[in-house]
Design a protein around this ligand. Structure first.
Ligand SMILES: C[S@@+](CC[C@H](N)C(=O)[O-])C[C@H]1O[C@@H](n2cnc3c(N)ncnc32)[C@H](O)[C@@H]1O
Length: 367
């Protein structure tokens, strides 16, 4: 058994959980060192300094990653704000988000105080990256709960299984699982960006009670993360990818999903599930999106990749392609409507007017 895996298995054991957190901290630090040596250009949209982070289990988070080349900056703050910035947290539209904050922060006495806390944390996250989901508070949606399998996921965690939330951002979905009764010890949060984590502890104040893991500096395109020698290889019963797969060019997506499959336990019932922005058009819809990370073309020029809005057909095709020749799988793609008339900003509605935007939930399960 891998030494990193073993200590965290017994749920509820605080001492072992602390050891696990310490190992995760060392792991985060080493990954950051390796990543800065590789110094791949990344889509750092922000030129704003990182916010000062409170002490957390991931102190390596406070350093600023290498600045991206100017060509790799994809959107300036003014443009991003115009399209994606919604000032007030939409807590009226998301009662479960308000309930979650109350669950973790009984010390926040009233709504005004909660709004102040939320705005402060959200601004710090925006200063790290101008993600649409940050500007528009989309992380309030708890995409995991939109899946019909959500009760099964909570049950499986209660039985001692482990979930990986890849591209977890501040770990809202993991906290929602905890509030819904799942033991935190079975939850692994992972992200390329480790500066989200101190912010999440500022918000949820659970650094001494959350017994799961936070791994930062983890790039799903990096072979070291899921390869033969990785501690994550074959480790997870379930992997959640909320609003994640669309960050990658369509041609890379089968490989990204297959990289995730390498981190799943090779057994019946193992599954990857998630959400992405989709389209009601049967064959999908391609556009250049300013929030997709730029990639180099064959001439070495920085270009914006095509952003694929998946249809139920293209998402199922993608999942099937990613595991072709690797046993029996069940694939599900389900769309639900989005009303652009309710878009938080006019510029956002304009940007997506031709897409026939829907929300796409998908799941692939090993049979
Ligand atoms: C759009 S957010 C989705 C956040 C969250 N899962 C949700 O559903 O609200 C995408 C997340 O993926 C992370 N990310 C982007 N590229 C990544 C990569 N190559 N490897 C791992 N995480 C990545 C970002 O830092 C960000 O937290």
């Amino acid at each position: 058994m891998d030494p990193l895996v073993q200590p965290i298995q017994p749920a509820g054991n605080a001492a072992l959980a602390r050891i696990s957190k310490l190992l995760a901290l060392i792991y985060n630090y080493i990954r950051r060192l390796v990543r800065s040596k590789k110094a791949k250009p990344v889509a750092m949209a922000s030129s704003t300094p990182a916010p000062t982070a409170a002490p957390t289990i991931a102190p390596a988070s406070t350093s600023t990653p290498p600045a991206a080349p100017v060509k790799a900056r994809i959107i300036d703050e003014q443009t991003a704000r115009l399209k994606y910035w919604v000032e007030e947290p939409p807590i009226n539209d998301h009662p479960s988000a308000e309930a979650l904050i109350k669950y973790f922060r009984p010390d926040i006495k009233d709504r005004d105080a909660m709004i102040r806390v939320l705005k402060d944390i959200r601004l710090k996250a925006w200063q790290i990256k101008y993600y649409p989901c940050v500007g528009q508070w989309l992380f309030f949606k708890f995409g995991m709960t939109e899946h019909s399998t959500y009760p099964e996921i909570v049950d499986r965690l209660k039985q001692g299984q482990r979930i990986l939330d890849m591209g977890c951002f501040m770990g809202f979905d993991g906290r929602k699982l905890v509030a819904d009764g799942a033991p935190s010890s079975g939850i692994t949060n992972m992200d390329l960006e480790d500066r989200w984590f101190p912010l999440s502890f500022d918000l949820f104040r659970d650094e001494n009670t959350f017994e799961g893991e936070f791994f930062g500096g983890c790039d799903i395109t990096d072979e070291d993360l899921f390869g033969e020698d990785s501690i994550h290889r074959g480790r997870y019963d379930m992997i959640y990818i909320g609003y994640f797969i669309h960050l990658f060019p369509p041609s890379q997506q089968p490989k990204i999903l297959n990289n995730l499959v390498q981190m799943l336990k090779p057994k019946t019932g193992s599954m990857i599930f998630g959400n992405t922005s989709g389209t009601a058009k049967p064959s999908g819809y391609l556009m250049k999106a300013d929030f997709a990370a730029p990639t180099k073309n064959e001439r070495g020029e920085w270009v914006r990749p095509d952003f694929l809005f998946h249809s139920t057909k293209t998402i199922v095709d993608l999942m099937a392609t990613s595991v072709k020749g690797d046993g029996e799988w069940d694939f599900v793609g389900e769309q639900s409507a989005i009303n652009l008339d309710l878009s938080p900003t006019k510029a956002y509605a304009e940007h997506f007017k031709d897409v026939e935007l829907v929300n796409m939930n998908f799941c692939m399960r090993r049979m």
